[in-house]
Structures are given as structure tokens and as C-alpha cells.
Design a protein around this ligand. Structure first.
Ligand SMILES: NC(=O)c1ccc[n+]([C@@H]2O[C@H](COP(=O)([O-])OP(=O)(O)OC[C@H]3O[C@@H](n4cnc5c(N)ncnc54)[C@H](OP(=O)(O)O)[C@@H]3O)[C@@H](O)[C@H]2O)c1
Length: 379
């Protein structure tokens, strides 16, 4: 009987964090959560700790931490994820803020289960070589990347032609650009098939989520951008596909439930029975596919451009999007302006070598650049 894997969850109070707790509770013989981290939701964090009997907590926000008598700040989080007994860190914070604890955990030889795609989009050049060097297990939680990871089992890299990421199309599928001019935050937060945190839900509505995922997939699976394509699949039943050189196409099917990829990520390569609802083809007989309307949703083209420009451009792309989404959620900019702000940031950015120091500087520059554009009324 393998020993129980001790896990720390970053972003424990979020959508992925709470679903990870549920999966761990379904496999108490294999998974044990020993630490929970959130930003400032102390009461929610304490309630989860009591519900799931998790001994150690930390908050990123130092003020909230001291108010609630909890360890706080990046140092406390790094201390928790690098503790000798911890085997695996689930990175599920919203945004690139997960980079520093991820790097610390990898340096300490911990396995990573990654939900925070922003970490790889911004800093794949730094993260992936370290993963190789440390020989750790680095498994995706994102449902599309989990699907690809599952389909790749039993294939060799030379057999792979490419991958097809599926996209639900979000709440505005079928609409034209001019119809999106006055979209409200509530409309954009109303996703048709997935129930997720605020930032990723807005990313799904702009298709920026899929754009980030194309870059994430390149890093995870060692592909070029030309090998990564996207198809709209509104039912969200096929979670992504791999195309092979012999023209076979492999796909992974199931209900849109993040607990499936979370479990695969944490128990890989094991497959264990769980309490999740079983999917059957007759329940969803009409699976459909359509091309992405890139005129209305320019995000995929922006990701491609960022990859082509190279250096630190993907980092600028990610930071600009994080900042623009935060401004949209706060009512300071419009829905269509998100991609316009990202596009102008890519345009203005002068790429440099993607060292960790440069990436952190570029991340800060892109956020300031967005502020500046909003203050000066551009775009
Ligand atoms: N939700 C999904 O279905 C899904 C699917 C695939 C991938 N992902 C990816 O998973 C990540 C998390 O998404 P989510 O939907 O779970 O987000 P979410 O529901 O918004 O939760 C975010 C979590 O991150 C914490 N957090 C926020 N800012 C932080 C900071 N500065 N330092 C430390 N912790 C911080 C939050 O704590 P507080 O509660 O204290 O704010 C919360 O626990 C994202 O990168 C997303 O793209 C999500």
C-alpha cells in the first residue's frame, strides 16, 4: 500500500482549492491535506480547516493574517510548501502570484499539481528547466491539459502531430464584436458550462483563457504554437484531443467537472473509483464543433503574436490581461477594452531575455502600462 501523499493547497478557498479538498476527502487512504493557503479569506480558510481536519494554515495578506492569528506573507507560505513532510503542492491561486511559491516548492523537490496556468504562461522558460533539473512530477489540473496528458499516455513524442484544445466558447459565443460593446460584469460572469472563479470566468468570456492555455500547452508538452489548435465545442464534454501521425485522433470525454482532472493530477498514474457522476454518450448525443470567431475574439491571435515576439512578451501578455481583467471586474474599463489593452501592451513591449529577474520586472511594467493607458484614456 503506497503511503499517503501529504499535500498543501495554494488557493484553498477558491473553486479549484475547495474541489481539491473534496477529492482528497474521497481518497483518505491515498491523499492527506496538511496545509491550506489563501489570500485574505481567513474565516473561510478556518472553516475549511475545521471541516477537513487540516492542521496548518497561512494567508498571503499579512494584515488579515495578523488579525486572525495566522502565519502571513510569502515567507510563511514558502515555509509551509517546503516543509520536509510535504510531498505535493497544488497551485490554484488566481494569477502569476503563484510563481514564487511554485519555484520554491520545485527547488525543494516537491511535486506540483498545477491549475494556475498564468505561472507557465509568464515564466515557462524558468519553470520547465527547473522541473527537469529537479526531476519532480509536474501534472496539469486544467481540464484541457489533463485531457491531453491522459491521451498522451502510451504514445511517444514522435507519434504526435499536434493537439486540439476544446473551448466552450463562453457566454458570448455567436455574438459579433459590436454586440459586446456594453457587456456588464454580471453578464460576463455567467458561464454556460463551468462554475469557476471570477478571473478565469472573464478569461473564458474573452477567450483569453484559451489563449493562455495554448501557451501553457506548449510548455507542458514541448510543442510549437503551430501544433496547437483550438475548436469551439459548446457542450464541454470532450476536454481536448491529440492528433497522431497516423491520422488517429484521441480525445478524453466526461462531464465538465474539475474534480476529474484534479484526481488524475494527484493520483497519477493511478485510476481509482470515486463518487462523481458517470457520463454516458446517450445523455449528450449531440456533440458539436465550430471554428473560433477570431474577429470577435482576438485573444488567440494575441497569444500567437506574443509567442512569435518571444523573450518576455508572454509574461507581458499575461500581466496585461490580469490587470485588464481586474479593472473590468472593478468597473473601470469595458469588456472589449480587455483585449485592446492586452494588444497595445504587446505592441509597446520590448522583449528581453526571460530570466526570473527580467520576468518580474516585465510583469510589473505591464501592470503599470495598463494603469497608464486607462488614466490617459487609451485605448
Ligand atoms: N476554476 C476552474 O474551474 C479552473 C479550471 C482550470 C484552471 N483554473 C485555474 O486555477 C487557478 C485558480 O482558479 P479558481 O477559479 O479556483 O480561482 P478563485 O475561485 O478565484 O480562487 C482563487 C484562490 O486564490 C487565492 N488568492 C488570490 N489572490 C491571492 C494571492 N495574492 N496570494 C495567495 N492566494 C491568493 C484566493 O484566496 P482568497 O479567497 O483569500 O481571495 C483563492 O483561494 C487560476 O489560475 C485558473 O486559471 C481554474
Amino acid at each position: 500500500m503506497p503511503e499517503r501523499k501529504k499535500i498543501v493547497i495554494l488557493g484553498a478557498t477558491g473553486s479549484i482549492g475547495t474541489q481539491t479538498l473534496d477529492i482528497c476527502a474521497q481518497h483518505p487512504d491515498r491523499l492527506e491535506v496538511v496545509g491550506l493557503v489563501a489570500n485574505q479569506s481567513a474565516d473561510h480558510l478556518k472553516q475549511l480547516a475545521a471541516q477537513y481536519s487540516v492542521p496548518d494554515l497561512a494567508l498571503m495578506d499579512e494584515r488579515a493574517a495578523s488579525e486572525h492569528g495566522l502565519p502571513g506573507g510569502m515567507d510563511a507560505i514558502v515555509q509551509l510548501v517546503t516543509r520536509p513532510d510535504v510531498r505535493c503542492v497544488v497551485v490554484a491561486v488566481a494569477g502569476v502570484i503563484g510563481l514564487a511559491p511554485t519555484l520554491a516548492a520545485i527547488h525543494a523537490g516537491k511535486d506540483i499539481a498545477l491549475a494556475s496556468k498564468e505561472v507557465l504562461v509568464a515564466a515557462g522558460e524558468v519553470v520547465m528547466p527547473l522541473v527537469q533539473e529537479m526531476g519532480i512530477s509536474f501534472t496539469p489540473i486544467d481540464s484541457e491539459h489533463s485531457a491531453i496528458f491522459q491521451c498522451l499516455q502510451g504514445t511517444t513524442p514522435d507519434q504526435v502531430e499536434g493537439i486540439i484544445l476544446t473551448a466552450s466558447g463562453g457566454p458570448f459565443r455567436g455574438k459579433k464584436r459590436e454586440e459586446l460593446a456594453h457587456i456588464t460584469v454580471d453578464q460576463a460572469l455567467n458561464h454556460p458550462t463551468w462554475n469557476m472563479g471570477g478571473k478565469i470566468t472573464i478569461d473564458s468570456a474573452t477567450l483569453m483563457n484559451k489563449a493562455l492555455e495554448t501557451i501553457e500547452a506548449m510548455w507542458l508538452f514541448g510543442l510549437t504554437m503551430d501544433q496547437v489548435s483550438v475548436v469551439v465545442h459548446p457542450q464541454s464534454i470532450i476536454h481536448s484531443m491529440v492528433t497522431l501521425k497516423d491520422t488517429s485522433v484521441l480525445g478524453q470525454f466526461g462531464w465538465p467537472d474539475m474534480r476529474i482532472p484534479i484526481q488524475y493530477s494527484l493520483l497519477y498514474p493511478e485510476r481509482k473509483a470515486n463518487q462523481l457522476r458517470k457520463w454516458s454518450p446517450v445523455e449528450t448525443p449531440n456533440l458539436t464543433f465550430e471554428a473560433v470567431d477570431q474577429e470577435t475574439f482576438p485573444a488567440l491571435g494575441l497569444a500567437k503574436l506574443a509567442v512569435e515576439r518571444g523573450g518576455t512578451t508572454c509574461c507581458a501578455f499575461n500581466a496585461a490581461n490580469e490587470a485588464a481583467v481586474a479593472h473590468f471586474l472593478a468597473g473601470r474599463t469595458g469588456f472589449l477594452q480587455i483585449s485592446e489593452l492586452v494588444a497595445s501592451t504587446i505592441e509597446e513591449h520590448v522583449p528581453v531575455e526571460p530570466t526570473l529577474e527580467n520576468l518580474l520586472q516585465v510583469d510589473a511594467w505591464a501592470r503599470t502600462h495598463i494603469e497608464h493607458q486607462l488614466i490617459h484614456g487609451k485605448p
